[in-house]
Design a protein. Sequence first.
Length: 412
Amino acid sequence: MPKIKAIKSARHNCTIFSHEDCSILFLPTIFSSAMCHHQTAWTKRTVIGYGGFAQTIFEEEEISETSIIAIHNKLTNFFNWLSTYSSDSQLVHIDTHHNLPEFLLNHYVNEVLVSQQQCSESSIDHHLMAIRYYYDYLAMNGLTNAKNVQLTAKNKKIVRQNTKTRTAVKYLTPELRSLLYRQTDSLRDELLLRTGGELGLRSKENQGLLLNDFMIGKKRHHGFKSLFAQMDAKPDKGEFTYHLQGKYTKAHRNSGGGKARTLYIHRSLLSKFKRYYDEERPESSEDTLLVNNSYSHIGTAIAKSTASRTFTKIKKRVQAMQVNGEVGQFGQVLEEDHTHHILRHSFGTDKFNEFCQKHCIAIDDVTPTSQVYLAVASLMGHSAKDNKAPETTKTYIRSCHIKEMFEQGGAL
């Protein structure tokens, strides 16, 4: 969990930075107050003064509300990285961050952000803006000496390459997923997002959630009505299984059809499904659990893209909230490239990380033939021929590192 928190205060019209014990981090809070009240930041500039000597002056720059939010966000990331870094150092402490040596600030930008976190050009610009404005403000008020923070020539090329090769970060923190769920207009829409984030379903796979029992060959499989009955009959049972048929899943190339898999449904999620069925689901002759609730198509089966369209609608709503400063600083924001599939990928990442911890295996030591790989491949419906997981499963290694960075208070 982040050690430094940034909380927007309506009373004081600024962001208050605090430690875990709620004690205030004064200097960044004072900086935020000055910036928010004046809609202004201060930046240093070198001019030639009398006698031809170079002189540092500070100039006001008007900044937008969007930039202020970005500055708060990136400073929070920086302070949390510094808090983690200082735990292994006798010379660096968060309470004396105003006197950090210039080389350490440049290490954060060039090594941590560029080399380790592989930030894009836009993200680096925001990080640099935040650090420069903050330390220029401290220097202007005589609280530190002026700092020169910049990318090396080599890293400028790397950042441009990062921008070309990477899309949006393929992981959403649990906090950001929870925020998405809370902004939905109906229980059905919440479930369409939760099935991605808590079951790893693709958008179209929601069509495979059936109410009634069904036969596959000679074997009967439970539909959701039977699962509801199980839940009522076994109050201590915490997890329930559902067979997702291959005809509803993604068909693999040259396979002739999709891969069936077992879904493991936590009791709390199954309870939401039951509440939807009892209280919100329109009368319908469809066997699919989730149906349309719009007036013109009420009671009909949802389309393959319904979950994707729901995610896009809620994403825009949350992005507007982030721009307006209506939500807290989670260390991550929704990006334009994020789609419904990011929920599935986040679920897979959490499971990959969970299985690594369960088997006491370091993330980078997992091989394509290991139990962790094969378990995640099975859970996600990835084809694993010859007991070897596909390249798709490999992407969870990088995503696990991203997950760790967010948990330590970092952000891409």
